[in-house]
Design a protein around this ligand. Structure first.
Ligand code: ADP
Length: 156
């Protein structure tokens, strides 16, 4: 059964798109850029259980950075370090993909190793006005692998 699922998944994942596997933007745990990395904020990050946290400025869909939980290794909550200085220091790249990007393309991006999380964006060209870009979700390597193996990976 497992083998059949994996073979089916491997043959069909190319036809699926980023928007079909992403975590919807409303469900993404994020931090505002003006956060202070005090005990409360660091605890919230740890409780989220996620290893990559998008960081926004002003409005939630204005993503300006990415925090990796391992960036916090040398942070002492008593120092009340501004998140902004950590974001500037590590400067992890934020890669955007269109919502209709096929999963084989997405896997290629992850294989290149620059990032294992992308922002999924949708461009609305239907309206009469200029095209509007909207962030609709995030996707990680795990989301793609789950589609290939046709099973959920339960986090540790
Ligand atoms: P992590 O272990 O850090 O959660 P994974 O790449 O293993 O990261 O992803 C596991 C699932 O969690 C995926 O479905 C992914 O879309 C989702 N995910 C990753 N980071 C976040 C986040 N900051 N907020 C909400 N969901 C996230």
């Amino acid at each position: 059964r497992d083998e059949v699922d994996i073979i089916t998944g491997a043959l069909t994942f190319k036809e699926k798109t980023a928007s079909m596997v992403m975590t919807k933007f409303g469900d993404v745990f994020m931090l505002p850029l003006n956060s202070i990395l005090d005990f409360k904020t660091v605890s919230k990050v740890m409780e989220s259980g996620h290893s990559r946290i998008p960081v926004y400025q002003g409005k939630r869909d204005n993503v300006v950075g990415l925090l990796h939980v391992k960036d916090l290794a040398f942070i002492d909550p008593d120092d009340r370090t501004p998140l902004e200085s950590v974001i500037k220091y590590y400067n992890h790249s934020i890669v955007e993909v269109y919502s209709h990007t096929h999963l084989d393309k997405l896997l290629d991006i992850f294989k290149q190793g620059r990032t294992h999380m992308v922002l999924v964006v949708h461009i609305d060209t239907d309206s009469d006005t200029d095209p509007v870009k909207e962030v609709v979700g995030i996707a990680t390597l795990e989301d793609v692998i789950e589609e290939i193996i046709q099973a959920e990976i339960i986090d540790e």
